[in-house]
Design a protein around this ligand. Structure first.
Ligand SMILES: [Zn+2]
Ligand SMILES: [Zn+2]
Length: 337
């Protein structure tokens, strides 16, 4: 394990543990310094105890570098590996084993912390057959959402990366997509022409989460009924312990999801875990499809699917209704229908 491998893995585990950005940033900075420093100089400094003289290397990051250079798995890394491990119940394991991909994740093109290539490499390591890249749409300016021009550029970039992945001998592929904002009137934050070109469209509410229940119901039903929408993202918008659920008539919304073939996302982010249990039960009753997605904004977060799998198992979601358990061609035929 090189110092770079060790630092990258620490960052991965910190992201997986949803550590504070400040903590992660120290390792990202150290990684840059290691990258810029001549390996011979780095080894000399490690030997003489002069690593911390480099701007951006502190005691902890120096320790990781020294141990990695000595051929050890750094003790700090062992610690964060153990602390960030994600529990999977026996029943949840059956669901996790059934998943073939992830339909909701972000890259540095919007507010993610990792490149498309890095996200794909981790998804391949996790055994996924595909991932759907769903960066934010333009309206979400705080998340550096993509306008049509940037999305068009991203589609070209995905083609290029897919060619590289295939050339490396992987059958894995990146599917195109977007997490499109559901505007206040239920319209989508992307033109029908662009929506048409995407493999998978996740639609989510990110603004005016507190609008009155009648209007929120209309807004969500409008989006769910849109033929381009495939998945309804984190439907209540709650953040556990921080932000309450949006108010809407879940019977109407899930009946519309079932009617128009829009999957209800089981969002795996530990601070979201959305929908809550009672709403999963209701969506099962209505015969909805589901999608168990990480909503990852960093490579380590791609490992969050067990959170949703545990919950799906607990509520007894029929596995055959989980769209990302299907072969990728079936998924694409379904989203194109
Ligand atoms: Zn979202
Ligand atoms: Zn998202």
């Amino acid at each position: 394990m090189t110092p770079e491998d060790a630092l990258l893995r620490v960052i991965h585990c910190l992201d997986r543990a949803l550590a504070s950005p400040y903590k992660t940033r120290a390792f990202v900075r150290a990684l840059e310094v290691v990258h810029e420093t001549d390996p011979v100089e780095l080894a000399e400094r490690a030997r003489d105890g002069r690593l911390t003289e480099l701007d951006g290397i502190g005691d902890t990051t120096a320790g990781v570098i020294i141990e990695a250079l000595a051929g050890l798995v750094p003790s700090y890394l062992q610690q964060v590996e153990a602390d960030s491990e994600i529990g999977l119940t026996d029943a949840g394991a059956t669901y996790r084993a059934a998943l073939r991909g992830d339909c909701h994740l972000h890259s540095t093109w919007s507010d993610g912390g990792a490149s498309i290539e890095a996200m794909a490499a981790t998804a391949i390591d996790l055994g996924h057959e595909y991932m759907v890249l769903t960066d934010h749409s333009a309206r979400l300016t705080v998340a550096h959402g993509l306008n049509e021009e940037r999305l068009a550029n991203q589609l070209v970039e995905i083609d290029r990366i897919n060619d590289e992945i295939a050339a490396a001998g992987h059958t894995f592929r990146i599917l195109t997509g977007m997490e499109v904002d559901i505007l206040e009137d239920g319209a989508l934050d992307l033109s029908p022409g662009m929506l048409e070109q995407l493999d998978v469209v996740v639609a989510s509410v990110h603004s005016k989460l507190r609008m009155d229940a009648d209007r929120m119901t209309e807004r969500m039903v409008m989006a769910v009924a849109n033929p381009h929408v495939d998945i309804l993202g984190h439907c209540t918008g709650r953040k556990v312990g921080k932000r309450p659920e949006s108010q809407f008539d879940a019977d109407y919304v899930f009946a519309a999801c079932a009617e128009f073939g829009t999957a209800v996302e089981i969002n795996c982010r530990p601070e979201r875990l959305d929908p809550p249990r009672a709403l999963i039960d209701l969506a099962i009753e209505y015969g909805c499809y589901f999608s168990i997605d990480s909503d990852a904004h960093a490579t380590g977060q791609l490992e969050w699917q067990p959170y949703g799998c545990n919950r799906a198992a607990e509520r007894d979601v029929p596995i055959e209704r989980i769209v990302n358990s299907w072969p990728v061609d079936d998924l694409i035929s379904w989203t194109a229908a």
